[in-house]
Ligand binder design. Structure first.
Ligand code: ADP
Ligand code: MG
Length: 926
């Protein structure tokens, strides 16, 4: 079993891969978180809360009545159907006979006109919705063969979709509400009742057509055997199991590929969950008893086997309804399969199906009692979810992968940064060295130039001084010449000759002076230009000194910048190192987490295994226990037998129906606890109260045919007759008469009642009391005895007929209805016995004076009483020995009236036949 489960799990995980992957790309992850619906017809589902009842775990029970069909009509001799529905009150009335009926409440009551859609929505849809929400659910049909279980549950409706049954509609809803991508829907169709389980294979569903195909194959395989009750119905149980697995993972996932806060992302992820739920839809085999269904031979063996599993289902339902400590779930394959459905954790709806025919009263009654008991069962509904460790493991693994690759990528980036920085640093250093070199060269040149200029200036200054000195010399010579000129002028006077010479010399000296003056002038301008040049040089020198200063400043700034860059890159490298350490430790942490997760998964698996072993052990122990309990034998059999067939008879009273059903429970409990023989012995108690309660219990038990035989066998009839004779108490008279009336429904008891003087005792009570309820019971009892022609003579001799007619005196319609039924019963059986030649002569009824009352009252009372009187006329008229009385009493007029205006055609025909077959009557009629 365990290996099977694990192989299924691995299969599932393979299929899950396309959605399970995370981190393949944020876009695809996001689109996949909203899985596509399988079909566009998905309906918006209602909330599965039931306003009608606060307890959601209680088993819901609905009843559905099948429309009448051709088989029902021939059996419908009692004029009316045995059930009456009151859907507006969710009630069903079950009529046992003319004087006793019971009313039952259900969660839903469907009439014969209710549609398949309404039945699905009220019974199955809430269960389907809760299965989709992760709970287990069961929908089951129970009832006699031919009442419509398969119609309700398994109808395919291929030609007319409105005819579709619960299975098809449920799958339609499930497929519309699940995703073809992330969810799994599997079905298996099993049957019990055969040795093997054909078709039990689990199949994953594609779509509704696929399901219809599977269901059709399953139906074809279903072992169907024709029974007397219904040629179409099957004798085996059919169970459709739908397994749904829904994944909640897609909805919580975020985009895990964004890197900025991947660790935050990780912690915000919820654990992925799987909802695993199961829906069972069960079409049970017919619940009728084997002898009625007419199975034989091999069929009988199989029917018994199926009946056994139904019996054990009934036992389990009884035990659960009564809160019994032991539930015999392991008694059959069926109850083991339905363990979770009743008393387990599933939400369960039961639909019980019944037919309208009174012929199957006792099957219908036991179906209703089954439904009533199932309504008492309360399940504990539980959500079926588990952690999806496979995909959780995959997710964590993926996250570790992506973090590791991220870490590596960052490391590479940091390395590249570092290389770049180092390269830049080197470049800076080289350019700095180069700059330093050119700078020193430049300053050297400038210094040289400076020196040169200084030298030149000095030389120029020297020149200038020389020139000045020469100028001074020349000025002195000029002064000297002027002086000598003056001397010569004086001499001129003295010497004319010397005048000429002087003039010449003067001229020459004049020229010379002019030349010298010019030379001086030149020298002066040259000195000015040299001075200018010197000034320029000085200016240039100071400029050079300035530029040298600014270049020194630039060098300082560059040095500063370089050191800043250096500092920055060192701090960057430092912070990258810190970040690297952080990421590394984070990686370590994630590895640890992964490891602990793996351990957890392992632990979980170990725990599951040990739990499975414990469950096995407990199951074994439970098995031993149940064997022990079973061996205690007859007690438990008695319990379940009484539980299945509820008492039906209760005298009419003003008490509410609920009190009555409470009393019925009490009665079946008393019956179980005390035992029949003890109850019967209480009829002889000295204590009147005890006697009254005991006789009520016996009267209730006597309403059920399976109890009647046992009551008579254990001396109950004798005790009741004794009580009728000896007691003076009216309650005892009334209830005892009711009990005898119930026993008198059974043919073999009628003879015993007569032989033990019952008719005389009933007649005695009839003459003594005027209590209408007592009279109704006595009249009912005698009316039942009238239906046995072998007892007619004794009945008359013991005063039974006279007593019956005597009870007319009170005029109570209920009593008169029973009297009319008795007269009709008597007349019908008498005419049959005369026509078969067992008896001759005038009717015993006429001898005891019934005819005059019939003539006077044939139209006085209710329709059903009138019809009984009309029937009695028709039967009496068939005996030619009665013709004289009929004519003389005026009954002939009634007969003619009945043949013409009776509301029922068959009675009109019966009257006509009686008139036409007797010439004396025919003549009198004209
Ligand atoms: P079961 O499965 O209980 O033996 P079936 O579902 O075979 O009974 O019903 C017996 C017959 O009655 C079938 O022919 C079915 O079509 C018919 N039938 C049952 N219920 C209904 C219904 N509610 N309306 C019409 N026909 C019905
Ligand atoms: Mg069927």
């Amino acid at each position: 079993m365990a290996s099977n489960a694990s192989s299924r799990a691995s299969l599932r995980s393979e299929r899950q891969i396309p959605t399970g992957r995370v981190g393949n790309g944020s876009a695809s992850a996001r689109t996949k978180s909203v899985p596509p619906k399988r079909s566009a017809t998905a309906s918006s589902l209602r909330s599965p809360v039931d306003p009608d009842n606060a307890d959601p775990g209680r088993v819901r029970v609905a009843v559905r009545l099948r429309p009448r069909n051709a088989d029902d009509f021939p059996h419908d001799s009692d004029f009316t159907s045995c059930v009456e529905l009151q859907p507006e009150f969710k009630r069903l009335k079950l009529r046992k006979n003319n004087w006793s009926s019971e009313s039952y409440r259900f969660d839903e009551v469907f009439t014969e006109r209710s549609s398949q859609l309404r039945v699905y929505e009220a019974v199955a849809k809430p269960v389907v919705e809760s299965v989709l929400a992760g709970y287990n659910g069961t929908v089951m049909a129970y009832g006699q063969t031919g009442t419509g279980k398969t119609y309700t549950v398994g109808r395919l409706g291929k030609d007319d979709p409105s005819e579709r049954g619960i299975m098809v509609r449920a799958l339609e809803d499930i497929l519309a509400s699940t995703s073809a991508v992330s969810d799994i829907v599997e079905v298996s169709y099993l049957q019990t009742g055969e040795v093997s389980l054909p078709g039990a294979a689990v199949v994953e569903l594609r779509d509704l057509d696929h399901f219809l195909e599977l269901l059709q194959t399953g139906e074809a395989n279903r072992h169907a055997s024709n029974t007397k009750l219904n040629t179409e119905s099957s004798r085996s149980h059919a169970i459709l199991a739908v397994h749904i697995q829904r994944s909640l993972k897609g909805k919580e996932e975020k985009d895990s590929s964004s890197l900025a806060n991947s660790s935050d992302n990780f912690s915000s992820h919820r654990v992925p969950l799987l909802l695993k739920s199961k829906l069972l839809i069960v079409d049970l085999a017919g619940s009728e008893r084997i002898n009625k269904s007419g199975s034989e031979g091999h069929m009988l063996e199989e029917a018994k086997f199926i009946n056994l599993s139904l019996t054990s289902l009934g036992k389990c339902i009884n035990a659960l309804a009564e809160n019994s400590p032991h539930i015999p779930t392991r008694d059959s394959k069926l109850t083991r399969l339905l363990r979770d459905s009743f008393g387990g954790s599933a939400r369960t709806s039961l639909i019980i199906t019944i037919g309208p025919s009174a012929k199957y009263y006792s099957e219908t009654s036991s179906t209703i009692m089954f439904g009533q008991r199932a309504m008492k069962i309360v399940n504990t509904v539980k959500l079926k979810e588990e952690v999806d460790y496979e995909s959780l493991y995959r997710k964590v693994e993926n996250q570790v992968d992506s973090l590791t690759s991220e870490l590596e990528r960052q490391q590479k980036l940091r390395d590249a940064d570092k290389v770049q920085m180092q390269k830049k640093l080197k470049e800076y250093e080289a350019s700095f060295a180069e700059f330093e070199e050119t700078f020193s060269m430049k300053s050297e040149n400038l210094e040289k130039e400076n020196n040169r200029l200084e030298l030149e200036i000095r030389r120029l200054v020297e020149d200038l001084n020389n020139e000045k000195h020469q100028n001074d010399l020349m000025s002195k010579e000029i002064v000297h010449l002027k002086m000598s000129l003056n001397q010569s002028k004086e001499q001129q006077l003295e010497n004319s000759m010397s005048q000429n010479i002087l003039a010449d010399t003067t001229q020459m000296y004049g020229k010379k002076i002019e030349e010298l003056l010019k030379q001086l002038e030149d020298e002066q301008s040259r000195s000015a230009s040299l001075e200018e040049q010197l000034n320029e040089m000085c200016q240039q020198l100071s400029d050079t000194q300035n530029s040298l200063q600014t270049q020194e400043n630039v060098v300082d700034e560059l040095k500063k910048e370089l050191s800043e860059i250096h500092e920055e890159s060192t701090s960057q490298i430092q912070s990258l190192k810190v970040k690297y350490d952080e990421l590394f430790s984070e990686k370590e942490l994630l590895y640890e987490e992964l490891k602990s997760m793996e351990e957890k998964v392992l632990n979980e698996a170990r725990q599951r295994k040990s739990l499975e072993e414990e469950v096995l052990k407990l199951n074994r122990a439970l098995c031993d226990n149940s064997v022990e309990l079973e061996s205690k034998g007859p007690y438990s059999m008695t319990r379940s037998a009484s539980g299945l067939s509820g008492a039906v008879f209760m005298p009419r009273s003003v008490k509410s129906r609920e009190t009555i059903s409470g009393q019925k429970d009490t009665i079946s409990k008393i019956f179980e606890e005390v035992g029949l023989s003890n109850i019967l012995s209480m009829l002889k108690s000295e204590d009147l109260d005890v006697q009254i309660h005991a006789v009520k219990v016996v009267a209730n038990l006597a309403a059920e045919d399976i109890n009647q035989e046992r009551i008579v066998e254990e001396g109950g009839l004798d005790a009741l007759l004794l009580l009728l004779e000896a007691s003076e108490n009216t309650t005892i008279h009334r209830v005892t008469a009711g009990a005898i009336a119930n026993l008198a429904m059974n043919g073999s008891n009628q003879g015993l009642i007569m032989n033990k003087g019952g008719a005389r005792l009933l007649a005695n009570i009839a003459s003594k009391t005027n209590d209408p309820q007592t009279l109704r019971m006595v009249a009912g009892a005698i009316a039942n005895l009238c239906g046995n022609e072998k007892l007619h003579v004794t009945l008359k001799k013991d005063g039974g007929i006279k007593a019956l007619l005597g009870m007319i005196r009170g005029g109570h319609s209920d009593v008169i209805a029973q009297i009319a039924r008795g007269i009709a019963n008597f007349a019908k059986c008498e005419s049959r016995s005369i026509s078969q030649g067992f008896r001759k002569g005038r009717s015993l009824l006429i001898e005891d004076g019934a005819l005059n009352w019939m003539v006077a009252n044939s139209t006085t009372f209710s329709a059903s009483t009138s019809r009984h009187i009309e029937l009695a006329f028709c039967h009496l008229a068939q005996n030619e020995d009665n013709a004289g009385d009929i004519i003389s009493s005026g009954g002939i007029k009634e007969l003619v009236r009945i043949s013409q205006v009776s509301s029922r055609e068959d009675i009109r025909n019966l009257a006509k036949k009686a008139l036409n077959s007797n010439p004396v009557l025919l003549a009198a009629a004209r």
